[in-house]
Structures are given as structure tokens and as C-alpha cells.
Write a new protein. Structure first.
Length: 53
């Protein structure tokens, strides 16, 4: 039986925002990606909403 316990918080959600042309969207370290928005603040808000739950 092998144990690998050196992974730190695999379920952590780290939100970053990326720009795509005139749009902006949120990305998460878990692989989630939010819809493209014109307002970066909105994209980030949606990302934080995802990260919370
Ligand atoms: Zn996530």
C-alpha cells in the first residue's frame, strides 16, 4: 500500500482572470472556467462565487 501525502490541498480553488479579446473570464485551478464577460469585476465575482461553493 502506497501513500502519497505530499500533495497540498488538491481541492483548492485558485481564481485567476484571463482576457480573451474584449472579454474577460475567470479561471480556476480545478479546471473550471467561467463564462466570458465584458466586465472583469463580474468575471472575478463569478469566479469567487465558484470558489466558495
Ligand atoms: Zn474551482
Amino acid at each position: 500500500m502506497e501513500e502519497q501525502d505530499d500533495t497540498e490541498h488538491p481541492q483548492e480553488h485558485r481564481i485567476t482572470t484571463a482576457e480573451l479579446g474584449p472579454f474577460c473570464f475567470a479561471r480556476c485551478s480545478c479546471g473550471w472556467r467561467g463564462p466570458a464577460r465584458r466586465a472583469r469585476s463580474l468575471a472575478r465575482a463569478e469566479g469567487q462565487k465558484h470558489a466558495m461553493g
